[in-house]
Write a protein of this length. Structure first.
Length: 411
């Protein structure tokens, strides 16, 4: 699902930040692998790519709709071969791979072992556990995959975002909203010793008032997991890092060029009194959300000021080519769906190295199919169109999302 709305949040930020630093420069060992994706040039290199060109198979997973398993608008999905876990605001939904609801994990509330809001969720299939980062109380809740609470762990109140790495170490992320953070990413072991950090190079001196503006971008996610390792990207830093042997190393750069928001126009830096400068100029600049699968890097570029001006890029790591995806009317909608005539496809994440997915609501399906139906000569597999139409006609507009899963051809 393409999330195209921003939330403006005024909040009090009390800053007590980690003072650890490390050199963020590229070493000689890393420089031979480091590469740059010139996204500024990519804006002028558009191509219409049909879904059948990259897909070997397409399936739809209908998530069961019941009162006790309704999926919220902004969620995250985590997959095994047989199970789907959904981070659903203040609890976790567990479904079968076919979409049948199994159970709800976690109890809503602010008491011991309860969840007021999931700040982040770590999925550790090898350890058969899920780790919830709570919001109001600075606690990590460790659940088994069958929903039992295993243990609770307190963490420092100033840490914004947590991930538990497969080896049990902690990965933290600071977005830099207050301007005083020393580091963006930090790896710590289970005794809280710092192992590796990435410095925050966009610090500034905050105004005396602690009341600041923070722009919330629900689409942004600073982590993705690929090739058996975590990859990291900050909101305002366009270098993508990888974790290797408990060290955070630069991997590649997304060069936005003239489309990158200048530091002096960041809303958090401007503050409330000068926020109009951001409103007047934000539509000219983009931030990026990335992940990769099958040697392809999927890059979503989202306008700071015009949510409907999203751009979708594909980077071929073998050919070292970056392409802006457009439809036949030159709009950037993702891969043109010639498979079954459904919604054009832009993945929001991966199931594994060969499969990517996009959540779609029945309302989106019904609206798109009624407004701009594709003609039969645009569809490669007409029989799939009939199956899709039958599926959608049997659903209510308020039903849970459908997960469109695409198996990628080898690059």
């Amino acid at each position: 699902m393409r999330i195209t709305f921003f939330t403006l949040i005024a909040l009090l930020i009390f800053s007590c930040k980690n003072n650890s630093k490390t050199d963020n420069k590229i070493s000689e060992d890393d420089s031979s692998k480091f590469f740059e994706i010139n996204l500024e040039k990519g804006f002028n290199k558009n191509q219409t790519i049909p879904l059948s060109q990259i897909a070997s198979d397409v399936e739809y997973i209908v998530l069961e709709t019941r009162e006790d398993c309704m999926v919220r608008p902004v969620v995250r999905y985590y997959f095994t071969d047989s199970i789907i876990f959904i981070r659903n605001y203040d609890h976790i939904l567990k479904s079968s791979r076919s979409g049948k609801f199994i159970q709800r994990i976690g109890t809503s509330g602010r008491g011991p072992g309860e969840i007021d809001l999931i700040r982040n969720l770590s999925f550790l299939p090898d350890k058969k556990s899920l780790v919830v980062q709570k919001n109001y109380q600075r606690e990590l809740l460790f659940f088994s995959l069958t929903g039992e609470l295993i243990k609770t762990l307190d963490y420092e109140a100033n840490i914004e975002s947590f991930k538990i790495l497969p080896n049990g170490n902690f990965l933290t992320y600071e977005s830099g909203a207050s301007g005083t953070e020393d580091v963006m990413f930090c790896i710590m072991n289970e005794t809280w010793d710092t192992l590796s950090t990435i410095e925050n190079y966009t610090k500034w001196t905050s105004t005396p008032s602690s009341l600041q503006i923070m722009i919330g971008y629900p689409v942004f996610e600073p982590y993705y997991f690929s090739q058996n390792k975590y990859h990291l990207k900050s909101m305002y830093n366009d270098t993508v890092y990888e974790i290797s042997s408990d060290k955070i190393k630069p991997e590649y750069l997304i060069n936005l060029g003239k489309y990158k928001l200048p530091d002096e126009l960041r809303p958090e830096r401007l503050g409330i009194s000068q926020l109009q400068k951001f409103r007047d100029n934000g539509q000219n600049y983009y931030f990026t959300q990335v992940f990769e699968a099958s040697e392809r890097i999927f890059i979503g570029a989202y306008s700071h000021g015009e949510p409907e001006s999203s751009k979708y890029f594909i980077y071929n790591k073998f050919k070292k080519e970056c392409t802006l995806l457009t439809d036949y009317e030159n709009k950037s909608t993702g891969f043109v769906n010639d498979w079954d005539g459904g919604i054009d496809f832009w993945p929001t994440g991966q199931l594994n190295e060969n499969q990517v997915f996009m959540p779609i609501t029945p309302l989106q399906f019904k609206k798109q199919l009624s407004e701009t139906p594709k003609s039969n000569n645009e569809i490669k597999y007409p029989e799939n169109k009939n199956r899709l139409l039958n599926l959608i006609s049997s659903m209510d507009e308020t039903d849970n999302p459908i997960l469109m899963v695409v198996t990628l051809k080898k690059n």
